[in-house]
Design a protein around this ligand. Structure first.
Ligand code: SAH
Ligand code: DHB
Ligand code: MG
Length: 212
């Protein structure tokens, strides 16, 4: 079904094809967002007229490039990646796609590099959280600190095949997502919902929120 939707709604995309190819060749795990969801991020960033986008968790730059496509002329995307090998591949992909001037890959643990953005005094209209799940609550707090009023915050993997529903889980990643969800309950700083997704990447979901 996902193939059908891609076939109908997403014209053949040689750039994204190339990105996937280089990622595979570089041995990067196949955990990027699905094509339909990459395009969803692009559409939402475009709807938002995002000037500055923040991504936490670059991998090979697949989702970064989707979002970069939505940037206005002077727009900028900062994407944070812990693994220097992944970051190098992402930079290559971003260059091939023609976004090297608009996208900065910042290497290091996001909790160590987010203060750089704070020092730069840059605020974001669109934030995509997709790195280590154990730190999702920290990333939420950073997002609230670095967001413009009205900013859209999206977090990946908030369903994980339904595991997030399991309160007896011992999985640290699932616990991380649960803490993140608990931090959203009645949070006066953000108005949020979630959408469950199914497709080539299995059963998962996005949290989608607007910063007040
Ligand atoms: N957004 C990407 C997929 C990201 S996968 C896409 O859809 O194309 C998650 C990424 O987060 C991995 O590349 C992993 O190395 C990175 N990561 C894990 N822990 C991190 C940390 N503490 N800081 C920054 N990045 C981290
Ligand atoms: C996995 C999937 C993701 O989207 C992610 O951000 C991290 C890990 C996974 O399937 O393992
Ligand atoms: Mg993810």
């Amino acid at each position: 079904m996902d193939d059908y939707l891609v076939d109908k709604l997403i014209p053949f995309d040689s750039t994204m094809e190339q990105v996937q190819k280089l990622n595979n060749e570089a041995g990067i795990p196949d955990i990027n967002v699905a094509e339909t969801h990459g395009k969803l991020l692009y559409l939402l960033a475009k709807l938002k007229n995002a000037q500055n986008i923040l991504e936490i968790g670059t991998l090979g730059g697949y989702s970064s490039i989707w979002m970069a496509r939505a940037l206005s002329e002077n727009g900028k995307l900062y994407t944070l990646e812990f693994n220097p090998d992944y970051a190098k591949v992402a930079e290559q992909n971003i260059r091939h796609a023609g976004y090297e001037d608009k996208v900065d890959v910042i290497v290091g643990k996001a909790l160590d590099t987010l203060p750089i953005l704070e020092e730069k005094n840059v605020l974001f209209d669109f934030i995509f959280i997709d790195a280590d799940k154990e730190n999702y609550e920290n990333y939420l707090n950073w997002s609230l600190k670095l967001a413009n009023p009205g900013a859209l915050v999206i977090a990946d993997n908030v369903v994980r095949n339904g595991e997030v529903f399991d309160e007896t889980t011992e999985d640290a990643r699932v616990k991380g997502v649960q803490q993140f969800m608990d931090a959203l309950v009645n949070n006066p700083a953000i108005d949020s919902t979630a959408i469950q997704t199914v497709g080539v990447k299995g059963y998962d979901g996005f949290m989608i929120g607007i910063v007040k």
